[in-house]
Structures are given as structure tokens and as C-alpha cells.
Design a protein around this ligand. Sequence first.
Ligand code: FAD
Length: 511
Amino acid sequence: MDAATLAAPPTVGGERRAHAVVIGSGFGGLAAAVRLGARGFRVTVLERLGEPGGRASVFRQDGFTFDAGPTIVTAPFLLEELWSLAGRRFADDVTLVPMDPFYRILFHDGAVFTYSGDPAAMRAEVARFSPGDVAGWERYMRLSAETCRIGFEGLGHVPFGSVLDMLRVAPDLLRLRAWKSVHGIVAEHFRDDRLRAVFSFHPLLIGGNPFSAPSVYCLIAALEQRWGVHSAMGGTGAIVRGLVSLIEGQGNRLRCGAEVEEILVAAGRARGVRLTGGETVAADLVVSNADAAFTYGTLLRRHPRRRWTDRRLARARYAMSLFVWYFGTRRRYDAVGHHTILLGPRYRDLLSDIFRRKVLAEDFSLYLHRPTATDPSLAPEGCDSLYVLSPVPNLQGEIDWETAAEPYRRAIAAHLSATLLPGLEGEVVTSRVMTPLDFRDRLLSVHGAAFGLEPVLLQSAWFRPNNRSEEVDGLYLVGAGTHPGAGLPGVISSAKVLDAVIPSPERFAHA
Ligand SMILES: Cc1cc2nc3c(=O)[nH]c(=O)nc-3n(C[C@H](O)[C@H](O)[C@H](O)COP(=O)(O)OP(=O)(O)OC[C@H]3O[C@@H](n4cnc5c(N)ncnc54)[C@H](O)[C@@H]3O)c2cc1C
């Protein structure tokens, strides 16, 4: 790159302020921008889409409002922390509603497990399914709490930039038996197969297979119980809008419709970015919230890479993808709660179809989101706004989504009609689907993976693309593909790691 092609860094009142460019406005990118702004950096967020949020963007159609992605908000203190860094109060901008129950899990045989944060209710529910498993549940929740303390509170926001960092935590990982899968640990605590599914499905929320995600993800049960499961009034989009207002309130800027084509490197250091169209934006440091494999394989394609080579990226394991059907109905389904999980007849084999064989199965397990149970303003009066999500293989499989999408949607609609949403086919008034092709083409995710690199032990912590790039000085990574991983708590924590690895702005300004 010819460094002379970059515009001179701007000055404020004659004084130069270090400039950070953030590529992408997912939760990770927005959180990084707030943190950098709070530390005194001038920040520009560049987002290729027409609106912020990435997977958490919002669309409106025929009077219905749909959150495209995340709906379950956990660990809200992470959001409160961002607001207080910007000198504001989260509760002034966003109203979170605690979910009670967290979700209902509907089994294929019609049994329903009501999953809540109330230990007494959970004990009774476990006993109703399998009295002999109550003691195992108690042991499991203790283990989950210990895992949460070590894995989330202790390690979720600290950098893993060297093998030494890994060695430091090795005793904890051994104690947690991190080589075992979540399902392996759960199966040691529960005898009932249905309870094994209830307490092991959590890794799916962050793109992992319960049969191969490391046991550290057992922490999610305790994380939910300790800090609750919440929904935002107005949808998750209200949180995205709030984060953008923090960034703007810090005097910084979000530019939508600005797609980064390349990260510019001079003398081994990231110096800015080039946009499609040719414009260059100079920076003292670059934070990429784009898919980590895309960052290295495409945005840094012309730079020689030691660790994240094309070969390594080709051999990496990518998370599952998702098929999501957003729909509005002209009636309300008041018997259906905010979050429902519908488990299909197969568990382990279905997951093998998705993660290993990468074929589209005829059966499915679904997550049904009905936000109008909490906030009716998301749909016209008397109507419901819903989405249903089905985990499916990423594009490393051979599924032709151009032809498969509509029959798959119809099969899901028929299933919902026969179970929770009677007469559904005749009630739908607006509809849209998202397939793995959208994850690839709209969100620029390699292989259309919905959650970046798969969370397996050898792609976790130091083994994951590091938050401080191993390839180029002045380049940092946030979001699902870097440490600690996917999900709102994960990507917001990835931005917190930056505080430890990015020097103070003065160091850049005087460089
Ligand atoms: C349907 C769905 C439901 C989910 N539900 C939940 C949930 O309930 N709870 C939860 O905690 N998590 C959930 N998740 C996971 C969670 O949403 C994600 O892990 C998280 O939002 C990802 O954030 P991110 O920071 O990695 O950025 P992303 O959301 O991936 O955003 C990256 C942004 O970068 C932009 N970008 C990429 N390349 C470029 C470029 N070259 N130039 C400019 N911009 C670029 C993209 O357009 C995008 O806006 C869900 C995910 C999905 C898909």
C-alpha cells in the first residue's frame, strides 16, 4: 500500500486525536466503538449495510417489526457498563423485561418442560420429568456456576494472545474437564434423555454442537440463572439504536453503506482501509468486526499471513448456519409465550446431519420467537410478529437453497400449524426468509456460517483468531469469530478485551 494515498489524519483544535476505524456495526463493533470513544479515540464505524446491527439489524414489513437475529438478552450488566462508560444510564434508553419463564421446551411427544430462573420451580420441573434426576440437577447447577465463575467472569474478557496465557488457565481447564463435551458432562448428571436435551442444548445458541462444544459452555445455564433472561421493549433493535446514540454522543460517527474492500498495511502496520469505490480512510488502528475468516482471507488477502493462511482457513471448522422464517399473522396466538423451543424426534442424529454430514434433514428442531407476547407494538393491533429458526448445515454442504428454501419453509409452517399455531397457513399476512446464502452474501460470513468459527476446544481462547491480530500490528478483532466467541455476552466481552490490548490514544497521537 502506498501510505501517501491516505488522507492526513484529522486534527481537532489543532491537536491530533488518534483515529480508530471499526469495520462493521454488529454488537461487537458497536461495543468496541463505545469503549474506544470513552478512552478518547476518534472513531469511525464503517458498515456495508444500510443499517447498523449486523445479525441484530431490524426490518419492518407491512406494519410488522422484526428483529433479524438475537432476541434472548443475558448478562445485561455488560450493556449497563457500556452506557456508564459513555456517561449515560442504560435504563434511561432501553427497557429490559425479565422473562418468566425463560422458555418452554416442547418435546415431540407433546411433553412440555418449563425452564425458568426460579430454583424451586426448576427442581419441581426436573422431578416431574424424572424424580431420580433432582440430585444430579443440583450437582449440575453447582458445576455450571463454578464454570461460569471461571470461564465467563474470569476469562471471558481477558486476552489470550500467547501460549503462556493458555498455560496459565490450563489447571482450570483440567479441573473443568474442558476436553469433554457439554453433552458428555450433562449425561453424567441426568439419566432421562429428555432432561439431557434440556440441559445440553445451550451451545446451539452460539452455533455449537452440544456433542462437540467443550464443557466450558456448561456455564450458560448458570449465567442465565444468575443474571436472568431478558427482552428489550421495542425489540433488540432498541439496544442497537441506543449503542449508536452513545457513539454519536461521544462525537463519533457511524457510516452505513460503506463497505471495506481491503485493510491497508504499511511497514507491517494497519494504516487504514479502502472502501469499494476506491475511497481510503486513514487510521491509527483498525478494529475488524467482520467475520474473522473473511477478515483474514479477503480483507487482508494481499498481506502475507503466518498463522491465518488460506490453507488454515480452509481447514478450520465453521459453525452451523440457520434458516429463519419471519412472518406476521392477522391474529394473535396468546397461548404461545415469548420463547419456545420445539425439539424434533431426533437429537444426536439431527445434530450430526447439521454439523457433520451437512445434509438437510426432513425433521427439525425449532426456536419460535413471539415478541408480541411481551411488546404488542411490534405488530399491527390484533396481530402477531414472529420468527422461527431452524439450525441447518452451513454452505460446506451441497444444499441448493434457491430451490430448497420454499419447501423447507412450508414444512416448518405445516409443523407449527399442527402443534402451536393452529391454522397458521391461512393467517400469514407477511413473510420473509433468511437462508445460509444471506449469511454469506449479506453478512459476508465464510461458508454462510451463522456464528463464525465453530466453538470447539481447538478453536477456543488462544486457538481462536486473537483479539490483537497475530498478523499485523494495529489490527484488532472483535465479534463472534474471535475470543471469547458468539452470542451477545461473548461479542460484547470481545470488545472489552480491547481495553487490555490497545494502548492509550496518546501513544498513537505521538507516534
Ligand atoms: C437468527 C439469530 C438469532 C440469534 N439469537 C441470539 C440470541 O437470542 N441471543 C444471543 O446472545 N445471541 C444470539 N445470536 C448470536 C448473536 O446474534 C451474534 O453472535 C452476534 O450478534 C454477532 O455479533 P458480531 O459482533 O460478531 O457482529 P455481526 O452481527 O456479525 O455484524 C458484523 C457486521 O460487519 C459488517 N461487515 C462485514 N464485512 C464488512 C465490510 N467488509 N465492510 C463493512 N462492514 C462489514 C456486516 O454487514 C455486519 O453488520 C443469534 C444469531 C442469529 C443469526
